[in-house]
Design a protein around this ligand. Structure first.
Ligand code: UD1
Ligand code: CA
Length: 463
């Protein structure tokens, strides 16, 4: 890479409104794969280990810096958005004299560090532009070359004539140049153009006039330089990003039933022979160990699924730890603080929150288990509910190993069920139940013989 990498300083332009998004939110705060556009650009910038990152913000005011409290960047205010050239002007006083400056756009989020390294290397003795061929209708700036093929200038789409608009090589908006050059050219920009703005792109013609060489580089993958100007663009970039992630997952041995129907909004760490059916969404940090199978339409957030576990269709898992060889779902919901031991079985319409469930325990149908500690080999019948909340506080339910809780039982916490205890179906358990015994709270069944069900009077007009 050019000279010393240690001289690299990055400017990220993020002050624009993004009018075409038709949103009250500053454009760079719109999310791609669950994270703001600017986060993607910041991560890429940081991967280059620059000496400094200057982020130019403006539209939306302090909302932009406030959204990144942890970022160690230099926030530069561009009070009035007078164009990309003006945005760079705002950051110029912050640059060291010897800096190689890389300009990134806050609305071009898929750019990769590899492409940027190549670009910076080309800025060795002048300016380097990242350009690409666009064989579809677009409004990017056009790269105008002379008959020797040397870059002459960039013409913005709105200022271009028909012949220039027909040019296929376009400007990604990303460029690298020594700070010393930018300091000479930026003050010479003028706003005599279709948009009445100071265009950063006009420095190219100034460089050519000064005899400074203009080099170009292209991205490895064309999606890297796609910009977000509208909601439609954002949707297209989202898919491009997701396809990239799907490809990476398949490369490490994950079987995706349809790579186009996967959404990873965060980090998905997957072992070998993991199988993921269609339309699953992964959020935050999710770990799927070897041989895990995830059925269709599951949403899994900030959770760990151990080896061999099966998550059946339509299951929602958030902040849970699922042990090896468990079977969860279909239609189950595991909420934060759920820890399932190995081989546990959680069936349909079961909700579990802040509960530890032991090895081999079964909670198969229609239950709510909250704030509980359940031992091993326990059988929880259909419709069992822990009444954990008294309107003010949460209370704990403890169930010993081998217990059998009959269907439709309410366990009114705080309450403890001893090991191997049996609770008769339909009980309301308000006191601790001893180990090894049958406890039930049903009223005795009786039959009223000869009882008649009331009948409706037959109406005369219906006769
Ligand atoms: C820009 C380029 C165009 C290129 C395209 C690639 C210029 C004049 N044009 O056009 O050649 O093909 O990007 O995506 O540079 N911004 C500021 N302050 C401002 C204006 C803009 O910070 O005063 C920021 C925006 O927030 C945005 C970026 O600069 O992140 C680009 O601005 P935008 O208005 O979207 O430029 P384009 O018309 O897309
Ligand atoms: Ca843009």
């Amino acid at each position: 890479m050019q000279g010393s990498v240690s001289s690299l300083e990055i400017i990220i332009l993020a002050a624009g409104q993004g009018r075409r998004m038709a949103s009250a939110k500053p454009k760079v705060l719109h999310t791609l794969a669950g994270r703001p556009l600017l986060t993607h650009v910041l991560d890429t910038a940081m991967a280059l280990v620059p000496r400094a990152v200057h982020v130019v913000y403006g539209h939306g005011g302090e909302r932009v810096p406030a959204a990144f409290p942890e970022a160690s960047v230099d926030w530069v205010l561009q009070a009035e958005q007078r164009g990309t050239g003006d945005a760079v002007r705002c950051a110029l006083p912050r640059l060291a004299d010897d800096a190689l400056t890389l300009v990134l756009l806050g609305d071009v989020p898929l750019i990769t560090p590899g492409t940027l390294k190549t670009l910076c290397a080309r800025a060795a003795d002048g300016i380097a532009l990242l350009t690409f061929e666009a064989h579809y209708e677009n409004q990017y700036g056009r790269i105008v070359r002379d008959d020797q093929g040397r870059v002459e200038r960039i013409v913005e789409w709105r200022d271009a004539d028909a012949a220039q608009r027909a040019l296929r090589e376009v400007n990604s908006g990303v460029l690298a140049a020594p700070a010393a050059h930018l300091r000479r050219w930026i003050p010479r920009l003028s706003a005599t153009n279709a948009q009445g703005e100071l265009y950063l792109t006009d420095i190219i013609a100034l460089a050519v006039a000064d005899g400074v060489p203009v080099a170009t580089a292209s991205p490895g993958d064309p999606t890297e330089v796609w910009g977000v100007n509208s909601r439609a663009d954002l949707a297209v970039l989202e898919r491009a990003f997701q396809e990239r992630q799907a490809a990476m997952l398949m490369a490490v041995g994950v079987q995706l039933m349809d790579p186009r129907r996967l959404d990873v909004r965060g980090q998905l760490i997957a072992g070998r022979d993991v199988q993921i059916d269609v339309n699953c969404v992964f959020e935050g940090r999710v770990e799927l160990a070897d041989d895990v199978r995830v059925g269709a339409h599951c949403v899994i957030r900030d959770s760990r699924i151990a080896r061999g576990a099966r998550i059946e269709a339509h299951t929602v898992i958030d902040g849970a730890d699922v042990g090896p060889d468990c079977v969860v779902g279909p239609f189950a919901r595991l909420r934060p603080g759920t820890v399932l031991g190995g081989h546990a079985r959680v069936g349909n319409f079961v909700e579990i929150k802040a509960a530890r469930v032991g090895v081999d325990t079964k909670i198969n149908h229609l239950s709510y288990i909250g704030d509980a500690v359940i031992g091993q080999g326990v059988n929880i019948g259909a419709g069992v509910i822990t009444c954990n909340y008294d309107g003010a506080r949460k209370h704990r339910t403890v169930i010993g190993d081998g217990a059998f809780i009959g269907s439709d039982t309410q366990l009114v916490a705080p309450v403890e069920i001893g090991a191997d205890a049996t609770i008769g179906a339909g009980s309301t358990v308000t006191k601790d139940a001893p180990a090894g015994e049958l406890t039930l709270s049903r009223t005795a069944q009786k039959t009223v013989s000869g009882w008649q069900r009331p009948r409706k009077q037959a109406r005369p007009d219906k006769e």
